[in-house]
Design a protein around this ligand. Sequence first.
Ligand code: FUB
Ligand code: ZN
Length: 634
Amino acid sequence: MSKFAPVRFVDVHLEGQFWRERLDTVLARTIPSQHVQLGRHGILESLTLPNPPPPLRFPRNDHDFTVQVFWDSDVGKWIEAASYALSHRRDADIEAKIEKIVDDLEKAQAPDGYLNCWYLQREPENRWTNMRDNHELYNLGHLIEGGIAYFLATERRRLLDILERYVEHVRATFGPNAGQKRGYCGHQEIELALIRLYHLTGERKHLDLAAYFIDERGRQPHYFDQEAAARGDDPRDFWAKSYEYNQSHRPVREQDKVVGHAVRAMYMYSAMADLAAELHDDSLKRACEVLWADVMSSKIYITSGLGPAAANEGFTEDYDLPNDTAYAETCASVALIFWAQRMLHLDLDGKYADVLEQALFNNALGGLSRDGEHYFYSNPLDSDGRHSRWAWHTCPCCTMNASRLVASVGGYFVSHSDEAIAFHLYGGISTEVALKSGKVGLREVSSYPWSGDIRIEVSPESPAEFALKLRIPGWAHGAKASVNGEPVATELSTVKGYLTVLRRWQAGDVVDLHLPMPAERIYAHPSVRMDIGRVALKRGPLVYCVEETDNPGGPVQRLRLPRQSHVEVRQRGDLFDGVVMLAAEATRLQDDGWGDRLYRTEPPAEDPVKLAALPYYLWNNREKGSMTVWLVEK
Ligand code: FUB
Ligand code: ZN
């Protein structure tokens, strides 16, 4: 297995305009405004265990469920995102806000270490009785990730200490021994958090507990059946009807189809990939590869959205990818990025980085507005104009997934082993990497994703031989590279999506990489019935859409793009601080002369128009209006 590990985001300086702007927006606007929203919606107050508890803000639904059971996770995710922000720039006000939360959690913690504010406040006698639905370990997982991030940013370990006490309580509660529960959480997340805790502390017991939860999942007799019976419920009354919903229908190594709730699935696969790497477990690696192949061959949107259905917030049948009703939750794409990064470090294969990049620049980035204070939860690829960003949500999970992703995005650019450096993403960064041969300064200069012209300055502290691996994205045909002006045999030296330049490097060496970025037409497999006769536009990693704001005159669904029409690339310096748009001659169906008829024998007239397409992630940042990704092609 490859020994590549990512360079941490704190060690990667974002210098390019694209990511600098997103990061500054998240630091200055998203993180503070999210704290305001957590306060406004009663989430911060819930940590103080008000007695008597206030009425529910979100009454229990028909399945007796309220999103308030996972409010602790929203706090954990905010701490994580805010701490990533602190790693970039200390901020006394944000730190005071986190300290207040830590005070509340410290006071709330039960003497035995248990710490779940919902149960402590509202049903203390029922803890650990409904693992299937009530997110107790999911909440802990997000708090752990927050505690780790806060410790790394500030070296303050009070929150981590509180959570480690809680983890000890969990370790005593769950396990194979007499008196322990052989359970696991209905919403995976604790597993990857425990692995991160293991990485931080080096304590093997955290890795073992993560492995226990993964190995136990889906075993018979089924824990969720037993637990339901113990509650006096009939397990058959489970609203989702199948344990595919939470990927506990079979032991994880026997799962070969991606099913159920998309976020749960992606968090679980991320943990499986982590465990495969840590434990050299080929059966887990193989399961991940099979699941990866399944989702990539028939269940992912062109924008890397996952999970078409709102009913289970997840997957349905193969090729079922409706555009206007696409759920494609922002959280699921962020979690796909986690999984893809872990797969990439199991096996340095550009196919994983391609998906990571595709998710990042399209579905995931689309989840956060330009102003940094509005969000998409679901990310349809077609809208009649009614789908709009919101400032907060009854279920705010996606908001902090967007902020924690952007605040730590530097961690996805570069990896290294003892003798090699690998660039996965481009966009203007500088960093320093420690190889066996010594330190190497790296500066990558580009305006990626707008341009594929990339320059990398390599500065070892003393001349040394090592391999520099540059990702050649799957979409880049005819890439060219040179070192100090001397061409490199790019095609010959590219294996599994990475161009390897092995040489004795010295300070001042410069690599130029050219990734051609023409506008491309993309077609879906004919089994995707919704996209038959349609075409999408793409350039580099960016999927484009047509939005009514740029194409006034009625719903954009009436536009038709002739197959022969040349798609031009247009710089627009005046829009969103600079953006590359696409333009093409097209036609628009007219409704003149239809009167009140719904059907007629003559087709509608068409007028010529110039179509303008915008990167998908930027849509709905101006006036409301219709939008579509898949255009009718004629
Ligand atoms: O259940 C916690 C989170 O809320 C899930 O990950 C999202 O899909 C949303 O349902
Ligand atoms: Zn979400």
